[in-house]
Design a protein around this ligand. Structure first.
Ligand code: GDP
Ligand code: K
Ligand code: MG
Length: 301
């Protein structure tokens, strides 16, 4: 930044789309750092997470949201939908993420919500690395641009980092004149405690059977700097049933050990410090159905 270009630009950018299109992967790629957990499973992102991207006099504040989905029977699903829709109230631009050449009913459902908001919308067509027929892709993009009123259409591969820098520049160029909302060195608004819990949850999502995601959560019981300069972190994994507890622990504790090792590595990367991590597993019945239990676990905002 030079002295005659002291005007700063900043604003909120929502990343929305149906589950599993790669919203969190895209956010991490835009930031060049992992702040939002990802997995093959649809309900990975449960909270609204900010990713803060500052370069020179520009600060984009990305809001990663849980995927919008239609089933609202359980309290946790209602919570996640609220987190996704209330986001739209404050933002300046929406990145609407879809996947490859497939346009599904759920995509249309999300687009309807965006259009109702009246916000400028960039269509981000992710996972182009999986599309073999590039001509079909071009045709698909052409049709989308004729049918809808997107400010930009950007085909990307969040996984490979293709066209992500271009997207980042478009976002920077869209930011209104504004003071920075966060200090320049912030990458997220979330605490280290929260990030530690999310990292453990990511490993659980990635390494356990399909039954688990809905009914697992993580509480950080201890997070402190030891005399030896090592972070001492204790995580409590809450499951709904005894059988799930056995599943998480694995034979002779083998499974839990893998989860712990992988989580510790990610924490050391993110916190740039050595970590000593202890994990416990406890059964707490029905927490995902109960609004009050959810609030006590930090799902309140
Ligand atoms: P979200 O639910 O929309 O946040 O999706 P995630 O970011 O959790 O990603 C869902 C799955 O899609 C994960 O297995 C990612 O590795 C995968 N994925 C994300 N982006 C890409 C991409 O550009 N190409 C491919 N092939 N896979 C991707
Ligand atoms: K996911
Ligand atoms: Mg996500």
């Amino acid at each position: 930044m030079t002295n005659n270009d002291a005007q700063t630009h900043s604003g909120l950018v929502a990343i929305v789309g149906r589950p599993n299109v790669g919203k969190s992967t895209l956010l991490n790629r835009l930031l060049g750092q992992k702040v939002s957990i990802t997995s093959r499973k649809p309900q990975t992102t449960r909270h609204r997470i900010l990713g803060i991207d500052t370069q020179d006099n520009r600060q984009a504040i990305y809001v990663d949201t849980p995927g919008l989905h239609q089933e609202e029977k359980r309290a946790i699903n209602r919570y996640m939908n609220r987190a996704a829709t209330t986001t739209l109230a404050d933002v300046g631009v929406v990145l609407f993420v879809v996947e490859g050449t497939r346009w599904q009913d759920d995509d249309q459902h999300v687009l309807d919500k965006i259009q109702a908001s009246g916000l400028p919308c960039y269509l981000v067509v992710n996972k182009v690395d999986k599309v073999e027929d590039k001509e079909a892709l071009m045709l698909h993009l052409q049709q989308l641009s004729e049918k809808h009123n997107f400010a930009h259409i950007v085909p990307v591969s969040a996984r490979k980092g293709k066209m992500v820098d271009e997207l980042r520049e478009l976002v920077f160029a869209s930011l209104p004149d504004s003071e920075f909302y966060y200090p320049e060195d912030y990458i997220t608004d979330r605490s280290s405690r929260f990030m530690a819990a999310e990292i453990i949850r990511e490993k659980l999502m990635r390494f356990t059977g399909d039954e688990l995601p809905y009914s697992t959560t993580v509480e950080i019981e201890q997070f402190k700097l030891g005399d030896n300069g090592v972070y001492r972190i204790s995580g409590l994994i809450l499951v709904e049933r005894e059988s799930q507890k056995r599943m998480v622990i694995g034979k002779g504790g083998k499974h839990l050990k893998t989860i712990g090792e992988q989580a510790r590595k990610d924490m050391e990367n993110l916190f740039d410090n050595r970590v000593f991590l202890e994990l416990w597993v406890k059964v707490k019945q029905g927490w995902a159905d109960d609004e009050r239990a959810l609030r006590s676990l930090g799902y309140g905002d």
